[in-house]
Design a protein around this ligand. Structure first.
Ligand code: AMP
Ligand code: FES
Ligand code: ZN
Length: 297
């Protein structure tokens, strides 16, 4: 409900960010953190805020950008991410999905059915991103991975998992996921910053970012409706989204977590050695299915 000038708005966002970072006690003991940067407004905000905090708390950050191979959208996104890394002098890695693993997200969109993949594109893309983030973090010995999931993402996750009754997934929505057997800890420090605020932040600070939207995201109509509805409610009841997320993350989640989350036994994937609950991890299954289809094309 505050009316702020540009300078104080930037200060306000930085303060809120730091408050969330300080809540995650584990971040006080890290040496190296991977910052996942897509090149969009949220992760560009995240990179700049993490850069500042890393200097104050004395840890190193390494940017990671995955070139997903989504036509023009990926070209622009990767370019913007690199511009930000260079602006800050941050070290970074670009992982090209097609060059590294033989298939792109555009290939998935085209051949998914033929490859027998039933999941929606965005969900397959999520599996790929999580795999690559974790692999890089493990390879370089990072203590945590931070992503730019914002308040609107959190509100949407809570709503959609409640709606579909996926209680175990609901229990897993949190700002901090500790590390366990070859799975590096994950942090979402923008959980209390909305997408409207990250947009304002990058605009006011004149940071380069890709304002385009992933072409496959347009297929998510349910997501779009929830987004519009929560923004409409927020207009009528200012502060609703942050209160909803805070109450869930800080009061409700710890209770359902202790009831519903049982430690899953993780083991090494027989193909790549990464952590999985089955013999072969989801990423390797996907890679093999896509490899067969692309070979026959
Ligand atoms: P999304 O899953 O697209 O909503 O993105 C959530 C977060 O995941 C972003 O804010 C980034 O931190 C990270 N991310 C998404 N896409 C990429 C990418 N291509 N490369 C690196 N990180 C990404
Ligand atoms: Fe993965 Fe759009 S970014 S499908
Ligand atoms: Zn594997």
């Amino acid at each position: 409900r505050l009316s702020l000038c540009p300078e104080h708005f930037i200060e306000f966002i930085e303060k809120r960010f730091k408050k969330t970072i300080h809540k995650v006690k584990a971040l006080r003991e890290v040496n190296k953190v991977v910052v996942a940067v897509s090149g969009g407004k949220d992760s560009v905000t995240l990179l700049h805020l993490m850069h500042k905090v890393s200097k104050e708390l004395g840890f190193k950050i390494i940017g990671l950008t995955i070139d997903l191979g989504i036509g023009e959208y990926s070209i622009k996104s990767v370019n913007k991410a690199i511009k930000n890394y260079e602006m800050l002098g941050t070290s970074y890695e670009i992982v090209d999905l097609k060059k590294e693993y033989g298939f792109s997200i555009d290939d998935i969109a085209r051949y998914r059915k033929r490859a027998g993949i039933r999941k929606p594109i965005c969900s397959v893309c999520g599996t790929i991103k999580r795999y690559i983030m974790n692999k890089l973090a493990l390879d370089i010995g990072a203590d945590a991975i931070v992503t730019g999931h914002n308040l609107d993402d959190i509100v949407y996750y809570i709503f959609s998992t409640l709606y579909t009754g996926r209680i175990k997934d609901l229990a897993k929505i949190s700002i901090y996921t500790p590390s366990k057997y070859k799975l590096v800890a994950k942090v979402k420090p923008l959980a209390y910053i909305s997408e409207k605020e990250t947009l304002l932040y990058v605009l006011l600070r004149r940071l380069p970012f890709n304002y385009g939207v992933c072409p496959y995201a347009k297929l998510r109509t349910f997501h779009e409706q929830i987004r519009k509805t929560s923004n409409m409610l927020e207009e009528k009841i200012p502060g609703l989204k942050i209160t909803y997320a805070k109450m869930f993350l800080e009061k409700i989640n710890p209770i359902i977590y202790s009831h519903y989350v049982r430690e899953e036994k993780l083991k090494e994937c027989k193909v790549c050695g990464m952590p999985t609950t089955s013999e072969i991890c989801g990423f390797c299954k996907l890679r093999s299915a896509m490899g067969k289809v692309l070979k026959n094309d």
